[in-house]
Design a protein around this ligand. Structure first.
Ligand SMILES: C[S@@+](CC[C@H](N)C(=O)[O-])C[C@H]1O[C@@H](n2cnc3c(N)ncnc32)[C@H](O)[C@@H]1O
Length: 297
């Protein structure tokens, strides 16, 4: 009679270890996009309430049933398209974490170009009045406020939900030099206010742009995206009105779509702006246009 063989080791590939669930969830998400592995790690870290380094340190750790449930739910939401930033509730911008909810546009890396230009225009040692129109999460206003503590910033939006998020972000980053105002573009500020700098990343996607029904953008607020038939409606209002609110040496800085620089320059010229310059992103597209205060024509 031979001695009994030891029981075979359990196949870890079917178990609910960190390594195993990461592998199978990443395979499910890879049908949708090419950031599946990263997305999966972020969502698992979220389900476990740990950071991603925990996943690498403890690949053999078994998930508790409630952790598995939370993770499955997050993966299903991601599979139906919900952006990672809305699931995690935050997005990094200019090396700071910003809270985001479906009330606000998810801050984009392109917008950091607008920050660079604003900071180059406003020296750290100077007091300045700055207006951020359509502040959303507050990414622009909070970043400039933190980097230029002497500046007085006014941040506006037409969405109460967005202003709440922006105020939370100001609190999170400990900035006190921002005033938040609700209203339709310049209706949010007093007629006699004047600014050294007016910045905006307004909605500028054409209403019938097919990208609006693709990817993460589907989940972002239409108010933050849609800019009329040609995507230029907000630019027309802002360019026309900003002339009354800029100090004589003041600058207007606008983020826009990669193919809108010429149309925007025409608008700014029509309204009497001078020193119109386009600024390129890392891909070489003009994404921000700056101009010097125009006079009423
Ligand atoms: C493209 S998002 C930009 C958000 C944020 N500034 C950023 O760069 O991430 C445009 C913002 O403009 C706001 N908005 C749209 N129409 C507006 C209006 N008529 N008056 C004021 N804000 C408006 C939207 O609610 C949204 O927060």
């Amino acid at each position: 009679m031979s001695t009994p063989r030891p029981a075979p080791k359990p196949d870890k590939s079917d178990s609910a270890t960190i390594a195993a669930v990461l592998r199978s969830a990443a395979a499910r998400l890879s049908e949708l996009n090419d950031t599946a592995r990263l997305d999966t790690e972020i969502l698992l870290a979220l389900a476990l309430n740990r950071d991603r380094s925990h996943l690498r340190a403890w690949p053999e750790r078994e998930l508790l049933p409630e952790e598995q449930e939370r993770f499955r739910d997050l993966i299903e939401q991601r599979r139906s398209g919900t952006p990672i930033a809305y699931l995690s509730g935050e997005k990094e911008f200019w090396s700071r974490a910003f809270k985001v909810r479906p009330d606000v546009l998810i801050p984009r890396p392109e917008t950091e170009l607008l920050i660079e230009l604003a900071l180059a225009f406003i020296p750290a040692t100077q007091m300045a009045d700055i207006l951020d129109l359509g502040t959303g999460s507050g990414a622009i206003a909070v970043t400039v406020a933190a980097e230029r503590p002497l500046a007085r910033i006014t941040a506006t939006d037409l969405s109460t939900g967005a202003l709440e998020v922006a105020q939370e972000n100001a609190g999170l980053h400990g900035v006190r030099n921002i005033r938040f105002q609700l209203g339709d573009w310049f209706n949010a500020v007093q007629d006699d206010e004047r600014f050294d700098l007016i910045v905006s990343n307004p909605p500028y996607v054409a209403d019938d742009d097919p990208h609006l029904s693709q990817g993460d953008v589907r989940f972002e607020p239409a108010l933050a995206l849609k800019g009329g038939i040609h995507g230029l409606d907000a630019f027309r209002i802002i360019a026309r009105e900003a002339r009354d609110y800029l100090k004589p040496h003041g600058r207007l800085m606008l983020e826009h779509g990669f193919d809108q620089a010429k149309s925007l320059a025409d608008l700014l010229t029509e309204f009497g702006y001078t020193d119109i310059s386009h600024h390129l992103d890392l891909q070489g597209y003009a994404r921000v246009t700056t101009a010097r205060s125009g006079k009423r024509v």
